[in-house]
Each structure stands twice: as structure tokens, then as C-alpha cells.
Design a protein around this ligand. Structure first.
Ligand SMILES: CC(C)(COP(=O)(O)OP(=O)(O)OC[C@H]1O[C@@H](n2cnc3c(N)ncnc32)[C@H](O)[C@@H]1OP(=O)(O)O)[C@@H](O)C(=O)NCCC(=O)NCCS
Length: 228
């Protein structure tokens, strides 16, 4: 049994910062963002006004990056657009097959290797303190980290699976399948359901997620801006 209301996925960043990740949040008025190094996602209300944008600029500081995919509000014209990328939000099965697995939990000592794997595979945004958002799992081959995946946003009833990546030389061996399976088992065991975000152009990842039973919920526009 899960208690996962899909409306929590309409603003997963705001819902996480107000809930499970409140201890990792900086807040001012109606806006919030993650502490530096954990994530660059910010939450603004859909009806954001000049005062809200001023509050977010104050929280982030001048010339800083703001990742705003979770809200449709448009920042003032002096916020410089940095990137726009079309993607989609997908919802995972309430329970999937649990395969025997060789995954290990990754800790603080593994962060340099995690950052190196992300640099080589480019799974999407990842930060030095991202593993404080949830559980990160990895697979080692000959001692070397060759695949990982972890928990990121946590709106009530849901956990986002993120940073799914396998080193190029280790692909096609089911590493991503086993990591997503192990994370999904952790998530569903606490009565939640997995979800994730993927870029529309990432056909390999889309094929992987569809193969594992994830279904598309809504289109998402990943958007980054620089504060004035
Ligand atoms: C996407 C990625 C994580 C897949 O890792 P992997 O360990 O090779 O995946 P698996 O071996 O577990 O694949 C499981 C299933 O997904 C499907 N799949 C995986 N990669 C695929 C691809 N490039 N094209 C089509 N299908 C693919 C296959 O159907 C496979 O099932 P099968 O073994 O029954 O055929 C890997 O290619 C990668 O790191 N890409 C770069 C980073 C990235 O884009 N991450 C996702 C961010 S949203």
C-alpha cells in the first residue's frame, strides 16, 4: 500500500523543501532553496511577484544560478536565462520485481568517485553534498565505482530517483536496472512510490525507464537562470 497523491508532484521542489528536506532548506517569505552544495533547485509560488523574486535573489546572492523547473512562474527580465531543456516526469510502479543484487550504499568517502562518474556520464545535475538528500547506491567492479543511482527530491508520498549512471565500459549489464530496482524496493518499503525526471532527448534513459515500468505523467521544462 502506498499513500502517494500525484498532486505532490506538481511542485516537487517546494514540497521537498517544506517537508522531508526542511533541514536542508534556506527560506525567506514565500520562496525557498537548498543550502549550497546540496542542490541548486529553488521553489517559488506559481503567482510569484516582484517581492518573491527579490527574496530569492537575496537568498541566492548576486550572479548565482537558480534551477527553476518545479514552478511555471517567470522571473523578471534581469534574471539571465542560462538554459532551457524539455523533459518529462515519470512515475514508477508501486511494486517492482526485486532481483538479487550486488549494490552497496555510498557514503561520504565515496563522493570523489561519485563526482568522477558523473563527470564521465553526465546524468544531469549533481552536487558534492547531493547524497545528503537520500540514499545513494552504487555497483563496484574490481573495486572501481562503475554505476550509481540515488534518491533526490522527496515530496510527500514520493521519492525521486536521480543520478542514474553507468560508466560507458560497464553498460548493458543490467547495472542501472538493479540499482533502480534496489532503490524502488527501499522507497516502496516505506509506503512511497518512485518518480523521476528525464530529458526528452535522452532516448537511452527513456527506453530504460519504460522497460522498468515507469509511465510518463507530464512534460517538464528544465530551466536555469542567473540572479541579477
Ligand atoms: C541510461 C544508462 C544509465 C543505462 O545504464 P545500463 O547499466 O547500461 O542499463 P541496463 O544494462 O541496466 O539496462 C536495462 C534495460 O534498459 C534498456 N536500455 C538501457 N540503455 C539503453 C539504451 N541506450 N537504449 C535502449 N535501451 C536501453 C535495455 O532495454 C535494458 O534491458 P535489457 O537488458 O533487457 O535489454 C546509461 O546508458 C548511462 O549512464 N547513460 C548516461 C547517463 C544518463 O543519461 N543517465 C540517465 C539520466 S535521466
Amino acid at each position: 500500500m502506498t499513500n502517494s497523491d500525484v498532486t505532490a508532484l506538481d511542485d516537487p521542489v517546494g514540497q521537498s523543501l517544506r517537508g522531508h528536506h526542511a533541514h536542508l532548506a534556506q527560506r525567506l517569505g514565500r520562496v525557498a532553496t537548498y543550502v549550497p552544495g546540496v542542490a541548486t533547485f529553488s521553489a517559488v509560488p506559481v503567482d510569484a511577484e516582484a517581492a518573491d523574486w527579490a527574496d530569492l535573489a537575496q537568498l541566492l546572492g548576486g550572479g548565482q544560478f537558480a534551477d527553476l523547473f518545479s514552478s511555471t512562474a517567470t522571473p523578471p527580465s534581469d534574471w539571465e536565462p542560462v538554459f532551457v531543456l524539455e523533459g518529462r516526469q515519470m512515475i514508477g510502479p508501486a511494486d517492482g520485481p526485486v532481483e538479487p543484487t550486488d549494490v552497496v550504499e555510498l557514503g561520504t568517502a565515496d563522493v570523489p568517485e561519485m563526482l568522477d562518474l558523473v563527470t564521465r556520464t553526465e546524468p544531469g545535475p549533481f552536487w558534492p553534498r547531493a547524497r545528503e538528500l537520500g540514499t545513494y547506491l552504487g555497483i563496484r567492479d574490481g573495486g572501481r565505482l562503475v554505476a550509481m543511482a540515488g534518491e533526490r527530491l522527496r515530496p510527500p508520498g514520493w521519492t525521486e530517483i536521480s543520478a542514474v549512471c553507468t560508466a560507458p565500459e560497464a553498460r548493458g549489464r543490467g547495472h542501472a536496472r538493479r540499482l533502480i530496482g534496489a532503490l524502488s524496493a527501499l522507497i516502496t518499503a516505506r509506503g512511497e512510490r518512485p518518480f523521476l525526471h528525464v530529458a526528452e532527448g535522452n532516448k537511452g534513459a527513456l527506453a530504460l525507464y519504460e522497460r522498468l515500468g515507469f509511465e510518463s505523467r507530464k512534460p517538464v521544462t528544465f530551466r536555469g537562470f542567473r540572479t541579477p
